[in-house]
Design a protein around this ligand. Structure first.
Ligand SMILES: *[C@@H]1O[C@H](CO)[C@@H](O)[C@H](O)[C@H]1NC(C)=O
Ligand SMILES: *[C@@H]1O[C@H](CO)[C@@H](O)[C@H](O)[C@H]1NC(C)=O
Ligand SMILES: *[C@@H]1O[C@H](CO)[C@@H](O)[C@H](O)[C@H]1NC(C)=O
Ligand SMILES: *[C@@H]1O[C@H](CO)[C@@H](O)[C@H](O)[C@H]1NC(C)=O
Ligand SMILES: *[C@@H]1O[C@H](CO)[C@@H](O)[C@H](O)[C@H]1NC(C)=O
Ligand SMILES: *[C@@H]1O[C@H](CO)[C@@H](O)[C@H](O)[C@H]1NC(C)=O
Ligand SMILES: *[C@@H]1O[C@H](CO)[C@@H](O)[C@H](O)[C@H]1NC(C)=O
Ligand SMILES: *[C@@H]1O[C@H](CO)[C@@H](O)[C@H](O)[C@H]1NC(C)=O
Length: 400
């Protein structure tokens, strides 16, 4: 192992296009259904969750683990890359379990913002979990004494510990979109969502984290659920190159650019920390632009598992529910159940993040230095409820 690490770091310095990720001895993950490895199931928030039975998990684990996919997730490929066991879900930890290799705090359906925000928006009842990002960070703080004790001890330990802060925030937009909110309406909440992500990231750095990856949002305009529910009459709504909904992808890119900007401020505040941005959007895009060339011969927009319709997504027949059909070979699809991706897609993205150039450390530039003096409140604008934000619940049921 030592030799491998040495060789890996040697190749890092020699090869300029190599990944900025090193080998880690522990990974702590925060997020939602893109990285939940069991917490949502263990939380027993709702009876009969669909991710608690096959075909979820059919490909790799041959059983449902609570992962919202047919197999492994990006976080699992990160663990494999460092030679670590798959991260145990926090809510399943046994008393005195050795957690030195890391823990997964992600919960399917989780939001970056706290539940109160959604209750104010009158859509609190559609939340599938209350375990938002701040709760997940509180869980980490509670666990920390079992990881290390003295300052020296903790400094050493965290040197080799990777903190994955997200993807998170996608659900903050999904819940309102699913009940009929417009893109302009969700755009108004972007500064708040980014504020919640940077607040959590700061809190982890204050606790000792020095290696952090903060991912952006996926191209949600390529999601079968949105392609189905936002079926547009006009051809102009779709990107010609990939068949995705332009407006939603432009929105995801807006969130991502604001996130990157905010991380620049954070880098200026904590120059000692290695804060990396993971570009999920661009890492995923080749799957949608050239599905065949990238091994997705059944296409990237149609779900493998669903209840029919042009993209095989049917809100009345979710994957796992009565009326669904799962495809023969999920490895030929990018989309698993309409919202979540297949193991093949997550492997593709993880590959780009780990071996490609889609994970990049924020640098201290003159812009970030100027940012140091600027107002952090820019990213926590107070919530103002507009009357148009009173949303009707019930268009779509959401399983986070
Ligand atoms: C599959 O999971 C269920 C519950 O999650 C468990 O009861 C069962 O033993 C598991 N089966 C296998 C083959 O691991
Ligand atoms: C936990 O596991 C790690 C790595 O396997 C080991 O180094 C450490 O001693 C263990 N801690 C305890 C308290 O058993
Ligand atoms: C979240 O908290 C509210 C208020 O305590 C509660 O009514 C609701 O059932 C909770 N939701 C979930 C999914 O646990
Ligand atoms: C369409 O998608 C491609 C690939 O992501 C992108 O380069 C291009 O800018 C998009 N075009 C529009 C008009 O959104
Ligand atoms: C940022 O500002 C703080 C005080 O506000 C200062 O201590 C720190 O050195 C500054 N960091 C950089 C990189 O300028
Ligand atoms: C969606 O599922 C429902 C319930 O199974 C079914 O009645 C309906 O025909 C399906 N719609 C499509 C477009 O397949
Ligand atoms: C990433 O690498 C590709 C070639 O593999 C190159 O075209 C692209 O410009 C690079 N992007 C960045 C941000 O360095
Ligand atoms: C942040 O807010 C201050 C005023 O409060 C403003 O001067 C500054 O331009 C803002 N910075 C950004 C990056 O928006």
């Amino acid at each position: 192992m030592k030799l491998f690490i040495l060789l890996a770091s040697l190749s890092l310095t020699l090869c300029s296009v190599s990944s900025s990720l090193q080998q880690y001895q522990a990974i702590f993950n925060f997020g939602d259904s893109l990285s939940d490895t069991g917490n949502y199931l263990l939380s027993s928030a709702r009876p009969f969750p669909i991710n608690g039975k096959l075909p979820y998990g059919e490909t790799f684990f041959h059983n449902a683990t609570g992962r919202c996919s047919d197999g492994r997730l990006i976080v699992d490929f990160f663990a494999e890359e460092s030679g670590l066991p798959y991260l145990p879900p926090y809510l399943g930890l046994k008393k005195d379990q050795n957690v030195s290799h890391g823990v997964n705090f992600a919960v399917a359906g989780a939001t970056a913002l706290d539940p109160e925000f959604f209750y104010q928006m009158k859509i609190g009842s559609s939340l599938t979990t209350n375990y938002s990002l701040s709760t997940q960070v509180a869980w980490f703080k509670k666990l920390k004494p079992s990881l290390c004790s003295t300052k020296q001890d903790c400094d050493n330990y965290f040197q080799n510990a990777l903190f994955l802060v997200g993807e998170i925030g996608g659900n903050d937009y999904n819940y309102p979109l699913f009940v009929g909110s417009s893109i302009d309406q969700i755009k108004a909440s972007v500064p708040r969502v980014i504020g919640a992500i940077t607040t959590a990231t700061s809190a982890l750095i204050e606790e000792g984290a020095v290696e952090l990856v903060v991912p952006g949002n996926l191209p949600i305009g390529c999601s079968a659920v949105y392609l189905t529910s936002f079926q547009e009459s006009s051809k102009a709504s779709y990107n010609e190159t990939n068949g995705c909904l332009k407006a939603l992808n432009t929105f995801a890119e807006y969130h991502n650019s604001e996130l990157k900007r905010a991380l620049g401020f954070l880098k200026a505040k904590y120059p000692h920390a290695r804060i990396m941005y993971a570009d999920y959007f661009e890492a995923a895009m080749p799957m949608f632009v050239a599905p065949q060339r990238n091994g997705f011969s059944s296409g990237s927009l149609t779900a493998c598992c669903g209840g029919g319709g042009p993209y095989n997504f049917n809100n009345s027949a979710w994957c796992g529910r009565v009326g669904h059909v799962a495809c023969e070979d999920p490895s030929l699809y990018a989309n698993w159940d309409g919202i979540h991706l297949t193991e093949a897609a997550y492997r593709f993205i993880a590959n780009g993040l780990i071996h490609g150039n889609f994970t990049t450390p924020l640098e201290l530039t003159s812009t970030t230095l100027i940012a140091n003096g600027s107002n952090p409140d820019n990213f926590t604008t107070p919530f103002e409820q507009t009357s148009s934000m009173e949303l009707q619940v019930g268009h779509l049921q959401y399983m986070g």
